[in-house]
Design a protein around this ligand. Structure first.
Ligand code: FES
Length: 144
């Protein structure tokens, strides 16, 4: 005689439910750190635009600044027109320099040369400088 009001199939179902919940919890605890590592950063500075004072970019001169954790450069090639580029050379990652007398960028590592609009003029760089959008807002140049 069985006096237990819970049938064996009910016990089995309860045990399966407990094990499934436990398995889900263990999987979540295991995968969460991997998700945090692989997910795109949303912290401060990850997607922020950078404001640069318009007065700090002279006509024909270059203004280097930090953009999202990497060097970038702003130019004013003609009055009131601004362009921004990553200052990281697309060849092997050296930081480019602006040669105002020639109106072009030079990469000091392997003599890569870029025009004022970022195109490759010579040397080993396989592609142009990465362009960054700019917008004028009053006395500020908003980059990004
Ligand atoms: S890293 Fe710039 S030309 Fe090689």
């Amino acid at each position: 005689m069985d006096n237990n009001p819970i049938s064996p199939s009910q016990r089995r179902g309860f045990l399966i439910t407990i094990l499934a919940g436990l398995g889900t919890a263990v999987t979540a605890v295991t995968l969460w750190p991997m998700w945090r590592f692989l997910a795109p950063r949303k912290g401060p500075g990850a997607l922020e635009r950078v404001a640069v004072a318009r007065a700090s970019v002279d006509l024909g001169a270059a203004h280097f600044f930090n953009f999202r954790g990497a060097p970038a450069v702003l130019l004013q090639p003609s009055p009131g027109n601004f362009a921004a580029f990553s200052a990281v050379c697309p060849h092997l990652g050296c930081i480019i320099k602006w040669q105002q007398d020639k109106g072009e960028f030079l990469c000091p590592c392997h003599a890569g040369r870029f025009s004022a609009d970022g195109k490759v003029l010579g040397g080993p760089p396989p592609k142009p400088l990465e362009s960054i959008p700019v917008a004028l807002e009053g006395d500020q140049i908003m980059v990004g």
